[in-house]
Design a protein around this ligand. Structure first.
Ligand code: NAP
Length: 496
């Protein structure tokens, strides 16, 4: 197993590792052990990071994009070399099982090569002018200093979705990672340093959301905030950014559903549900927390799910036999417990789980049994609110139309899925499901980095991470007109 090389993290500002006096321990959620200490910085560190970023960005933006991209290629190769080490550290700080941690690091590698290739594209448009001897085009321009605020549940992947497009487009970055999972941020900053990214182009400031995050949101020289996290925090950030007319991209919660139709391959549906409901212990924004099941197959699905859930192994994700890791912290456990009680009070039937694991082998960590409710109704709170734990509720329906209606009845709109063999229903579903991501004959999770990632309604505010669409967050469109007629030509007026 990998050794943690340092006992104390430091901010990365202007290419220097800057220590901070105030620190807090980072706890391994599987063992309860303190791994190392992370800084609790204040607004003065944000000021220093923004100052460095402002200065660096001016020069960085003048380097041709294909050359900027060279750094990202090197980042990609370094991440590839360090993949196993990073995955193990990720499991230690976040708890997700090693196989998933490797997948998350791979997402960062894929993003590095994808965005590096954008260095030779960053396409704008050329278009005819309405006037003679005049040329018209649009180009992408960097915005300046961008602020990135990321959550603990994907501590490296989400940071790469945001920082790589920002950097290749010619911006400089100030990044505040979640305090719960700072090791990936420290390691990614080291990768940038080793890849030769000029000083100040990326700056990492550790500290709480209420102090460091808030200082970033309020900083006049940070012109974009790209945030992933909870709905509540996102709303507050958006309202402050709105006041300042600051661009803000939000990716927030989900209440994602798998629809199982009467003609579905039930064994495949069970596999899809298990992977998306209990992977990362249900702590993914795309986690399946509702199964909308046709009444004809409800009992058969329940039976198969119960058999499959029996085989789920729970424990420390560093053990390769484990399928379900811990919950991030005690507050997460308490929130899940609260929803179990709410579900019971609302009249849903508890078929499996519903309790915290407290036996000796689990005593120091935060473990919750995979939980299955059935006979839930779409109006219930357990079917409407994000629980962020290994809890899934079956909602029986009578028809395809009702299934779509139930899927769309929540305030979130991130991911949805349908299991069916009927090609007509497949195409109707992809048209009518109102989420930003739709899967057919697969669970609700499994996004690929070259497609846009994000959601509708309460999940986002119209922007997307990943895909070329991510570049829209970190660039301004500039329209350029070049008149080579040698005379003044007035648009709309001097048109023959
Ligand atoms: P969170 O509490 O909103 O925290 C997210 C980040 O925001 C953390 O870095 C946090 O810092 C920071 N923050 C907290 N308060 C802030 C403030 N007042 N100003 C600025 N920043 C502030 O969310 P979380 O519990 O960590 O993450 C889980 C949520 O993220 C879930 O709702 C999940 O669905 C969502 N998520 C969405 C996506 C997506 O792409 N749609 C992906 C992954 C996760 P500290 O925690 O360090 O204080």
């Amino acid at each position: 197993m990998v050794e943690v090389k340092t006992k104390k993290l430091a901010n990365y500002i202007n290419g220097e590792w800057v220590e901070v006096e105030r620190m807090t321990p980072v706890i391994n959620p599987a063992t309860g052990e303190a791994i190392l200490d992370v800084p609790l910085s204040d607004a003065s560190s944000v000021d220093a990071a923004v100052e460095a970023a402002k200065k660096a960005q001016k020069e960085w933006a003048l380097i041709p994009a294909p050359q900027r991209a060279e750094v990202l290629y090197r980042v990609g190769y370094l991440l590839k070399e360090r993949k196993e080490e990073l995955a193990q550290l990720l499991t230690m700080e976040n708890g997700k099982v090693l196989e998933e941690a490797r997948g998350e690091v791979q997402e960062g590698i894929d993003m590095a090569f994808y965005m590096a290739a954008e260095g030779r594209r960053l396409f704008g448009q050329t278009t005819p002018s309405e006037l003679k001897d005049k040329f018209a085009m649009s180009v992408r321009a960097p915005i300046g200093v961008v602020g990135i605020i990321t959550p603990w549940n994907f501590p490296i992947a989400i940071a790469t979705w945001k920082s790589f497009p920002a950097i290749v487009a010619g911006n400089a970055v100030v990044w505040k990672p979640a305090t719960e999972t700072p090791i990936m941020a420290y390691e990614l900053a080291k990768v940038f340093e080793d890849a030769g990214l000029p000083k100040g182009v990326i700056n990492v400031v550790f500290g709480s959301g209420s102090e460091v995050g808030d200082a970033m949101v309020h900083h006049d020289d940070i012109r974009v905030i790209s945030f992933t996290g909870s709905n509540e925090t996102g709303r507050n950030i958006a309202s402050e950014c709105g006041r300042q007319l600051k661009k803000v991209s939000l990716e927030m919660g989900g209440k994602n559903a798998v629809i199982v139709m009467d003609d579905a391959d039930l064994d495949l549906a069970v596999e899809g549900i298990l992977w998306s409901a209990f992977g990362t212990s249900g702590q993914r924004c795309t986690a399946c927390s509702r199964v909308i099941v046709h009444e004809e197959v409800k009992e058969a699905l329940e039976e198969r799910l119960l058999v499959a859930m029996e085989k789920l192994t729970i424990g420390n994700g560093l053990d390769s036999t484990i399928k379900v890791g811990p919950i991030i912290n005690k507050a997460g456990i308490e929130k899940i417990k609260k929803y179990i009680e709410i579900g019971k009070d609302e009249g849903a039937k508890l078929l499996a789980g519903g309790y915290e694991l407290t036996d000796e082998e689990y005593a120091n960590g935060n473990f919750f049994a995979p939980t299955l409710f059935t006979d839930a109704k779409d109006s219930m709170r357990i079917a409407q609110e994000e629980i962020f734990g290994p809890v899934v509720s079956l909602i029986p329906v009578k028809s395809f139309e009702e299934a779509i209606e139930v899927n769309n009845s929540v305030t979130f709109g991130l991911s949805s899925s349908i299991f069916t063999r009927d090609v007509n229903r497949v195409f109707q579903a992809q048209r009518d499901l109102d989420t930003g991501i739709v899967y057919v004959n697969a669970g609700t999770t499994g996004a690929e980095i070259h497609l846009p990632f994000g959601g509708t309604k309460g999940t986002g505010n119209g922007h997307r991470d990943s895909g070329v669409q991510a570049l829209d967050v970190f660039t301004e469109w500039k329209s350029v007109y070049v008149d080579y007629s040698g005379k003044l030509q007035r648009a709309q007026i001097d048109v023959e």
